[in-house]
Unconditional design. Structure first.
Length: 719
């Protein structure tokens, strides 16, 4: 009998082991990512995404730059930002020996074809003859260049004084036939100077047979030091014995020594496959935090690609030894990771809430990085940071909203009271700034008269509301909560009863033209920028029926540009508008419009986004829209709902699994819903009800149920 049991269990074990590779393959979320989605397009309707390799929240983006693919493969790039930026230390493999100076590199007319990209890996063919493969660790990049069989020589160039925007100072030293190191200083973003410094150390796995430098149009064989704009170095290799050349680069924003330590610590060997697999494993940890089950492989790939974009930023800026360059240009050291790349006007609306739910420890460090940036740069929070520079672009005071959202959705490992103090400083003290950039331009007028330029003011009132919620939830400070909640009601000072719209005022209180002062949007889109007081907004214009009518007119088109008076799927001020149907008593219309946007405005082609991804903002919108939960109200933990797309979705939260069942790509209308086993007629789900895990069970239909979701009014905080 014992022998029979042994034989039985051995047989079962063998069967399980035989299935193990399939199990591993099923969990390869990184392979479901298609990094080519959103890498093409025109102007505001382009995703501005890069196809190359990066690590979750990693320092290095090893990729062709969106703004000039001919540069080759750079080490830093923002995901979905619509202005030229960064693109430092481009490297490019070339056939044969270098005969003339690469100058700006662009003149080489390098072409990249047969592109393929998954999470942590990118491959392409350079000039139809060289196979280039890229992968990364958190702070380093690695390339494998495979030259054609008939090539005897191959050259690899590295630009120091070359980037996507002008470099002021740069230098590279060749330190051996297999290595070089250097730095670059300069850059710009959206027309604003961003004079950051970045350092590198690079190595090859083979010894070069010749090397040299270039400076503008001068090629200097044998020289070992390149300095200035349009300068760099080159290494030429003998390919007779080996057609592959491996290249790796360590990066730091502190020093060459730290770049070397980053490289030595994270990638000391020459095993490209191992580094590639490690990157995939790390991506699987993050992408696996949401499991979606469905047979539509194209939509599954889109989902994981957008989830991938949500985990790219912010970027770690501290080195393996904990050092980082502060906002005062001094070097600091911390046991916690320090982050940069803050596109807060964009990310506070979607991406922050998503990463707070799924990666609360990382998000807590991101919050603390904002606080450290503020106290060393003038006392006010920054709103748009690149490297250690406050760029000053965009409007409003978005960082308090971002932090309030992070706290509301579970990222809470920091000193809450010191952060509230910084929030209040920027909101109460005219002249508060970060690196000379005012936290709230026009604050004196806003406080004294109760109004300011329309779209900026609506951003201020949203920030005021978020500060109030944070004061109450994070600091148990009810008086401060009441003060800021009341301030948030100043949005009503923009209401013009003659036109029945919100409208900008002159300083003397007179009305400006209806179309004035709506930054990157229109008055018909920004009108809904009162998500915390939608009940009050609807009351002031005449009720739910008038609100529904305006929404219907807005959604006549889904692809509006910044200046069009319809819904702009690709623009942040429009992100929350579809769910407002839940407040006007027509939830079925929200369900229809959101599906329509997903079906018509997104696809898996290189032009598959309706607008700039803006550091994961649009990617996170796509994720929330597909799972049927949207974080509508600033600083409030909860979701306005729509119908989920996939039959089963599992969110692996920090304290339990949230299971969402019943989604159907052919059925968009909610007929019934159970929340943790109890029937619900509410279009609002409180975060506290699901943060420790739970189950949402939907019953969907291809036909609308106009009654469902209308008996319970979603929250509004006007009173």
């Amino acid at each position: 009998m014992r022998k029979q049991l042994y034989t039985f269990f051995l047989s079962v074990a063998i069967q399980i082991l035989s299935l193990w590779p399939a199990v591993l393959q099923a969990q390869d979320y990184s392979g479901k990512v298609n990094t080519l989605i959103g890498t093409q397009g025109n102007g505001w309707s382009s995703g501005y995404l890069y196809p190359g390799a990066t690590y979750p929240f990693g320092m290095v983006q090893f990729t062709p730059t969106y703004f000039s693919k001919q540069l080759g493969f750079v080490i830093n790039q923002l995901s979905g930002a619509g202005c030229d930026h960064m693109g430092n230390f481009p490297t490019l493999p070339l056939s044969g020996e270098l005969r003339t100076s690469p100058d700006s590199i662009i003149n080489l007319r390098a072409s990249l074809t047969k592109e393929k990209g998954t999470a942590g890996y990118y491959a392409t063919c350079v000039n139809d003859s060289i196979q280039a493969e890229l992968t990364v660790t958190e702070r380093t990049g690695m390339a494998k260049y495979s030259f054609s069989a008939n090539e005897n020589r191959g050259t690899i160039i590295i630009g120091g004084g070359v980037a996507a925007t002008p470099i002021q100072v740069a230098a590279i030293s060749i330190t051996s036939p297999t290595s070089c190191e250097g730095y670059a200083d300069g850059g710009a973003f959206c027309g604003f100077p961003t004079p950051y410094k970045v350092y590198f150390v690079a190595e090859f796995d083979a010894s070069s047979v010749s090397l040299g430098v270039w400076k503008n149009e001068r090629l200097l064989p044998g020289e070992k030091f390149a300095e200035g704009k349009n300068s760099g170095v080159y290494f030429t290799f003998d390919l007779n014995k080996k057609k592959e050349v491996l290249y790796k680069i360590g990066v730091s924003y502190v020093s060459v020594e730290n770049a070397r330590e980053n490289l030595k610590t994270e990638n000391p060997a020459w095993n490209f496959s191992s580094v590639k697999q490690s990157a995939a494993n790390k991506w699987n940890q993050y992408l696996g935090k949401i499991e979606v089950k469905g047979n539509n492989e194209d939509r599954v790939s889109q989902f994981y690609t957008h989830l991938y974009h949500s985990f790219i930023h912010p970027n770690v800026c501290s080195d393996v030894n904990g050092e980082y360059m502060g906002s005062d240009n001094k070097v600091y050291k911390s046991e916690r990771k320090y982050y940069t790349s803050f596109s807060n006007w964009d990310t506070y609306r979607t991406q922050t809430q998503l990463i707070a739910m799924l990666a609360p420890d990382v998000t807590s460090d991101i919050v603390m990085s904002h606080q450290l940036f503020a106290i060393r740069s003038g006392g006010g929070f920054p709103r748009w940071v690149l490297a250690n520079i406050e760029t000053g672009i965009m409007q409003g005071d978005p960082t308090p909203i971002l932090i309030a959202n992070a706290y509301a959705f579970g990222a809470r490992n920091y000193d809450t009271r010191s952060i509230l103090k910084t929030m209040r400083y920027g909101a109460e003290v005219p002249g508060a700034n970060s690196q000379g950039v005012l936290t709230r331009p026009g604050l004196e007028q806003y406080l004294e008269k109760g109004y300011y330029d329309a779209s900026a003011m609506l951003e201020y009132t949203s920030s005021d509301f978020a500060i109030g919620r944070y004061a109450l939830q994070a600091c148990n400070d009810e008086p401060v909560c009441n003060y800021y909640t009341n301030r948030a009601m100043k949005w009503k000072n923009l209401y013009d009863k003659e036109t029945n719209w919100l409208r900008s005022r002159n300083e003397d209180g007179s009305w400006k033209k209806q179309g004035d002062d709506w930054r990157e949007s229109t008055y018909k889109n920004y009108f809904w920028m009162v998500p915390y007081d939608l009940k009050g907004l609807l009351q002031i214009i005449g009720g739910k029926q008038e609100g529904e009518k305006r929404l219907d007119e807005l959604f006549h088109r889904l692809d509006a540009s910044y200046g069009d008076e319809w819904f702009a799927s690709g623009n942040e001020p429009s992100f929350q508008i579809p769910w407002i149907y839940n407040w006007v008593g027509a939830p079925y219309k929200a369900q229809h419009i959101i599906r329509k946007v997903l079906d018509e405005q997104y696809n898996s082609r290189p032009d598959g986004l309706p607008g700039n991804d803006d550091l994961g903002s649009m990617g996170a919108w796509y994720v929330f829209a597909n799972i049927g939960l949207f974080p509508e109200i600033p600083g409030v933990g909860g979701f306005s709902i729509n119908s989920p797309f996939f039959p089963e979705i599992i969110l692996h939260l920090a304290d339990g699994d949230l299971v969402i069942k019943g989604g159907d790509e052919r059925k968009e209308y909610i007929q019934a819903l159970k929340v943790n086993g109890k029937r619900s007629d509410s279009t609002w789900i409180d975060w506290n009800d699901i943060k420790n895990g739970g189950i949402l069970e939907y019953s969907l239909s291809p036909k609308p149920n106009k009654a469902w979701g209308t008996s319970v009014t979603p929250p509004s905080f006007g009173n």
